[in-house]
Design a protein around this ligand. Sequence first.
Ligand SMILES: Nc1nc2c(c(=O)[nH]1)N[C@H]1C(S)=C(S)[C@@H](COP(=O)(O)OP(=O)(O)OC[C@H]3O[C@@H](n4cnc5c(=O)[nH]c(N)nc54)[C@H](O)[C@@H]3O)O[C@H]1N2
Ligand SMILES: Nc1nc2c(c(=O)[nH]1)N[C@H]1C(S)=C(S)[C@@H](COP(=O)(O)OP(=O)(O)OC[C@H]3O[C@@H](n4cnc5c(=O)[nH]c(N)nc54)[C@H](O)[C@@H]3O)O[C@H]1N2
Ligand code: SF4
Ligand SMILES: [Mo]
Length: 749
Amino acid sequence: MPIAKNNSVNIHYRTCPLCEATCGLEIHTQGEEVVHIKGDKLDPLSRGYLCPKGYSLKELHSDPDRISKPMMRHGQEWKEVSWEKAFTEISNRLRSIIKKHGRDSVGVYLGNPSVHNLSGPLYTPIFLRSLGSKNIFSASTLDQIPKQLSSEIMFGNEANLPIPDIDHTDYLLMIGANPLASNGSLMTAPNMRGRLKALQKRGGKLIVIDPVRTITAKQADEHHFIRPGTDALFLFGMIFTLFDEDLVNTGKLTDLINGADDLKMASQDFTPEAVSSFCGIPSETIRQLARDLAASSKAIVYGRMGTCTQAFGTMNSWLIDAINVLTGNLDREGGVMFPKPATRRALSGKARKIRYDRYKSRIRNLPEVLNELPASCLAEELETPGSGQIKAFISIAGNPALSAPNSSRIQHALEKTEFMVSIDCYLNETTRHAHVLLPIPTPLERSHYDLIFSGFAIRNIAHFSSKVFDLPAEKKDEWEILLHLAAAVSEQTIDGDPVKALDDMSLQQLIKHEIRNPNSPIFEEGCSKIMGMLIDRRGPERLLDFYLRVGPYGEHFGKNPDGLSLSKLQAHPHGIDLGALQPRIQEILQTLSGKIELAAPLLIEDVKRLRKMMKESKPDTLLLVGRRDLRSNNSWMHNLPVLVKGENRCTLWVHSVDAGQLKLLKGDKAIVKSRTGKVEVIVHVTEDIMPGTVSLPHGWGHSLTGTRLQTASKHAGVNVNLLTDEQVIDKLSGNAVLNGVPVMIEKKD
Ligand SMILES: Nc1nc2c(c(=O)[nH]1)N[C@H]1C(S)=C(S)[C@@H](COP(=O)(O)OP(=O)(O)OC[C@H]3O[C@@H](n4cnc5c(=O)[nH]c(N)nc54)[C@H](O)[C@@H]3O)O[C@H]1N2
Ligand SMILES: Nc1nc2c(c(=O)[nH]1)N[C@H]1C(S)=C(S)[C@@H](COP(=O)(O)OP(=O)(O)OC[C@H]3O[C@@H](n4cnc5c(=O)[nH]c(N)nc54)[C@H](O)[C@@H]3O)O[C@H]1N2
Ligand code: SF4
Ligand SMILES: [Mo]
C-alpha cells in the first residue's frame, strides 16, 4: 500500500480497529491528511458497511488532545520528557519497588483496546511473563470472562467460544445483547441490521429477551422484557421444558456429552411456572420458546453482555450453550460453531485441566480465572496495606477510573499509589494519576490484523491492513513500549537493544515450541532455518507472518506453497475470505473426559445459589441496567466532536409508571443513589423499558479535574460506575455485576 507523500489522493484499505465488527474501510488521504473515509465495498465480511465511529477515525487521528510525547508528572505539573528519560524512570522505580516488596507489588490493568490492536495480544503476554505478578486485572472481568470460563469448563478451552452462524440460521433467540447499537460482540458480524433483516427475509425469526426495548428488540419478531438478573431462571425454565416435553434431541452430539441427566436433575426446581413471576415472562411463553427452538432445524441461543455482567454470568453462559447442545444446534450449520482462524496454531496435546482457582486474590480470597483476578478487587488490592499490596500500577489501554464498579474507590486508591505508569493516548480520568504517561501511535500509524476478533467471526476471514501513515520518528509503536517495560522488570540483564533482543528471543521460543509439536506443519524443522525465513520483518508483523504460515491455511514454510503468509495477505488489501464456519467439535474438544461437560460439578454446585436468590428476591427494588449508543465506545471516544454532537445521551431512562410514582417528568433532574454512591442526572420518560428497571449508559463522567479532554469535558455526563458495586460479583468468575444494580431515585428539587 502506498504511503502518502505528495498532494495526490491516495486510497488505503484497512479494517477498523474500534469494535468487534472489524469493518473494511476505504481511507482517502492527501499528504499527511485524511480527506475521507467510507466503507470498503470489497471487504468480504462488511461489504461497504461502516458506522459513525469508523468515520471518526479521521478526527481521532488528528485530535489535538492526543498525547504524542512521553510525559512525567510532578505534583499537578506534567512535563514532556524523552523516551529515554521516561524508560529510565520506569525501570528505576519498578525495580526498587519489586526489590522491596516482591513481584506481586506491581499491578496491571489491561483495558479493552489492548485486544483491538496487533501489538497488544502479541506483546502484552511477553511483558506479563517478564513481570511475574499475580495482580493482573483486565476488562475481561467487566465483560465476557463468564463466557470464557464456561467454554473452558464445557469444551476445555476458553478460546473456543461457540459463535452464531447468523447468516444461515432460521431462529435466533438473543438474550442481553443489543448488536444494532454495539455492532455485535463475541460475534464478529458487521452490518447486523442487514444480517438480521436477511434472516427475517428468508422466513427466520428473531426473538429478543431484554429489560429494555432496544433498537434490536424493535427489529425483532418478538421481544420479551425480563427482570434484570433473572436469566438463569428463565434458561433453566427452558431446559426444564425441553426435558419435560421430550424435546431434547442432541443428534450427532449424543456420544460426545457428559452429564445430561445431572443437568435434567438440576432443572427440576425451575419449572416455567415456578420461575415466571421472578423473570416477568409468562410460563406459557417460556414453554413456547423452548418448543419453537426445538422445532427449528437451525436455531441459535445467543447471550452477551447483559447475561454476563450479572450475579449468574457464568451460569447463564453455561445454560445458553447447554440449550444449544440439547437442541442439537451446537456445531451445526445455522446453529453455533467454532471458527477456525488463520492464526490458530495446531494443538500439541488435547486434554487439559481448566485454568481456574490456581491462586486467590489477597483480600477477598477470590479465585484466579484464566490467569487474572477480578477487576472488582482492584481497589482493595491497591489500598489495603500488607504483604502483596499493589504499590506500583500500570494501566494499558484502560480507564478503570470510569469503567470499573465503584470507580470512586478506584480513583482514590490510584491517587495514593506510590508509582503509576499508563500507556495511553489521552490524559483522562485514569491516566491523570500516572507518574509517567507513554503515548501510542494513532490507529492509522500502525498496521493491523484482528488477531482476537477473527477468532469470533461468523466467517473465517484473514485481513491485514498496512499502515496509512508512517510512524513519525519521535514516536514509538506500542509493541516497542511493551518490550521496554518487559526489559524494565526482567530478572535478567538484557545486553544491547532490549527491543531487538526480546523480540528475537520471543520468536525463537515460539518456533522452538512449534517444532516440538508433532501436529505442527513444521514439526522437527530447524529453528534457525525458520528464523531465517522470517528475516525480512520485525515486531508484530514478523510474529503475525509466523502465525499465518504455521496456521491451518498457512504456506507451512514452503510445504504448502499456495497457502497463507503475510506477503500473500498484503497482495489482497480487501482481505481473504476463507469460507463459512464448519462443524469441528472433535477437533476443538479439550476437556479431560474428551466430552462436552453439560453438568460440571463446579457449575452444578452453583445452582444452590440460584435457589437462594429465588428465596431472597425483592421484587420492589428499582434495578439499574446499562445502555450502549452507536456513537460511543466505552469511555474513550467522547473527545471527538463528530461523536458527541446533538442531544445529551447520558440520561436516565425511567418507565412512565415508575416516573409517575417518583413524580418525575421528562427533563427533570433526578438523584440516583446506590450503596456505593450517587449521581444527578436528567430524566427521560419512556415506555421502552420494563417497569421497575431504569437505565444509564456507561463511559461518561468526564468532569474530573486534571484531564486533557477539551471536547469530552464539555459533554461530561455522569459516571454510572459510581453506582455499581464492586462487592457484588458473579461468584464463579468474579465478574462485575454492572446490570441489575439496586438503586433509589428521588427528584432533585
Ligand atoms: N456500568 C458499566 N460499566 C462498564 C460496562 C457497562 O456496560 N456498564 N462495560 C464494560 C466493558 S464491556 C468493557 S470492555 C469496559 C471497558 O473499559 P476499559 O477497559 O477501561 O476501556 P475504555 O473505557 O474503553 O478505555 C480505554 C482506554 O484505552 C485508551 N486507548 C485507546 N486506544 C488505545 C490503544 O490502541 N492503546 C492504548 N495503550 N490505549 C488505548 C483510551 O484512551 C482509554 O484510556 O467497560 C466496562 N464497564
Ligand atoms: N456503540 C458501542 N459499541 C460497542 C461498545 C460501546 O460502548 N458502544 N462497547 C463494545 C464492548 S466493550 C462490548 S463488550 C460490546 C457489548 O455488546 P452487547 O453485548 O450487544 O452489549 P449492550 O449493547 O450493552 O447490550 C446488552 C443488553 O443487555 C440488556 N440487559 C441488561 N441487563 C440484563 C439482564 O439482566 N438480562 C438480559 N437478558 N438483558 C439485560 C441491556 O438492556 C442491553 O440491551 O459492545 C461493543 N461495542
Ligand atoms: S461497526 Fe465497529 S468496526 Fe465497523 S466502523 Fe463502526 S466501530 Fe468500526
Ligand atoms: Mo467489553
